[in-house]
Design a protein around this ligand. Structure first.
Ligand code: HGY
Ligand code: MN
Ligand code: MN
Ligand code: MN
Length: 441
């Protein structure tokens, strides 16, 4: 008897997910698969092999996004998009160089890259769920004989996390026309390696034309504790928060920690420490949890025990559901930073970057998710996403649907991140239902 699980079965999904979780695994149940590292290459190689063995055509575009394409509609009977299904794309987002030879594609997916010492579920769950949902949609079409209106592709977006190459949500933002391709290829990591060099180093500097998207759907872990607290199976995103980063360079003067008189020191790290506290404490100027802020990246130069630091480079992350709150906090921080620089007689440069507007998701997509969840006999609630996702970029380009499954303890971007197999499988079923609806148009 063939004990091999059916290709698109729950058992096959769990086997695939838990295999990928071993790639770049850390000692404490996490993963470390930053963009374009050897570990990222290994997951990309896995996705290519799995997809090709299941009948997908794999394409890699110029920024390293990977697309596993199912051409459900033979070219001659392609449907020209009269735009009936796609809301007008965001005029601000120029057309991506997508392939318009075939019928447009419903894109479903997420990202395989992780944060350093990150979790096994963030992103990877959404890509593997999408691979299996695509297989199930193909099987359902074959069984039902229903004609699809659009093709279907699964995407692994390049560098959603932005831990190595900033800004985050990079590959999907290039695809959506929000970021310039050449500019992003030139971005370097802290060692000075560029995206372009790193893509070539792992053999994923693509030149394929990406499929043209008509809609986008993504499933992801919530990374917060709302669904768990309310014992709800699925979340559907109504809006993404307003977010921005502050790139801060604190420039003091390098000197000897022993021989230099205190009065003569221009210690970048002392001033930087006051900036870190200001970023943490600015939230107190607003209602509880209305603003979230932290400094995540903090690099001291030259970082030697008996040298007064000459420079600290840091990045602050500010987020709120209300754009005015982030802007007020940013202005307050700029004033405090100027005061700290004056008091310490040093220079501090602060640059706004990676600003993402608050954006609502189309109601049709929210209602489509609610219908799919009801059909599965599951519970659902609407919510806003504080975390950034590739759907936030794609929502500028095509109508996007973003859904969540519960996170245990609401933790993420850490090795303790966890979602149960049952919750993951529910998400695959819902994504399959949503993708099937979108493909039928
Ligand atoms: O920005 C974010 O929240 C995502 O994790 N990259
Ligand atoms: Mn993610
Ligand atoms: Mn993340
Ligand atoms: Mn900088």
């Amino acid at each position: 008897m063939n004990h091999q699980a059916a290709p698109s079965s729950d058992a096959a999904f769990l086997s695939a997910f838990h295999h990928v979780a071993t790639i770049g695994a850390t000692d404490n149940n996490g993963v470390d698969r930053q963009a374009l590292t050897p570990e990222d290459k290994q997951t990309r190689d896995w996705m290519r092999a799995w997809a090709e063995s299941h009948g997908f055509e794999v394409r890699v575009d110029a920024i390293g996004n990977m697309f596993a394409c199912l051409q459900l509609i033979p070219d001659e009977s392609s449907t020209s998009t009269d735009g009936a299904h796609a809301e007008a794309a965001d005029p601000a987002a120029p057309v991506s160089s997508a392939d318009t030879s075939a019928a447009p594609y419903v894109l479903i997916g997420s990202h395989l890259d992780s944060q350093p010492l990150g979790g096994r579920f963030d992103g990877a769950y959404g890509v593997i769920a999408a691979l299996f949902a695509a297989l199930r949609v193909k099987e359902e079409l074959a069984e039902s004989g229903l004609q699809p209106t659009f093709n279907l592709a699964v995407v692994n977006w390049f560098n959603e996390e932005g831990g190595r190459f900033a800004p985050s949500i990079m590959g999907s933002s290039v695809y959506a026309g929000l970021f310039d391709l050449e500019e992003m290829l030139a971005v370097t990591d802290l060692e000075g390696t560029s995206v372009s060099e790193a893509l070539n180093a792992i053999g994923y500097a693509g030149s394929d034309t990406p499929p043209e998207a008509i809609t986008y759907a993504e499933i992801h872990i919530e990374q917060g504790r709302i669904l768990e607290r309310e014992a709800t199976d699925i979340g559907v995103v109504e809006a993404s928060w307003y977010t921005q980063k502050l790139d801060i360079d604190v420039l003091g003067e390098q000197s000897h920690t022993g021989a230099t008189a205190m009065a003569d020191r221009h210690d970048a790290l002392v001033a930087a420490s006051k900036v870190v506290l200001a970023v943490a404490e600015v939230v107190d100027d607003f209602e509880d949890e209305a603003l979230v802020s932290s400094v995540g990246q903090h690099v001291v130069e030259p970082n030697s025990p008996i040298v007064v630091p000459r420079r600290v480079h840091m990045v602050a992350d500010l987020r709120s559901s209300d754009p005015a709150i982030v802007q007020a906090a940013r202005d307050s921080l700029r004033a405090q930073i100027a005061e700290i620089a004056r008091a310490h007689d040093i220079t501090i440069n602060a640059r706004d970057f990676d600003i993402r507007d608050k954006r609502h998701f189309p109601t049709e997509g929210v209602e489509l998710a609610e219908k799919a969840v009801a059909n599965e006999g599951l519970s659902i609630r609407r919510l806003e996403t504080m975390a950034g996702h590739d759907s936030v970029a794609m929502n500028h380009r095509v109508p996007a649907v973003m859904m969540f499954v519960p996170s245990v303890d609401g933790v993420s971007h850490c090795e303790r991140e966890f979602t149960t197999d049952e919750d993951m499988l529910r998400g695959v079923r819902v994504l399959t239902s949503v993708a099937g609806e979108l493909v039928r148009g």
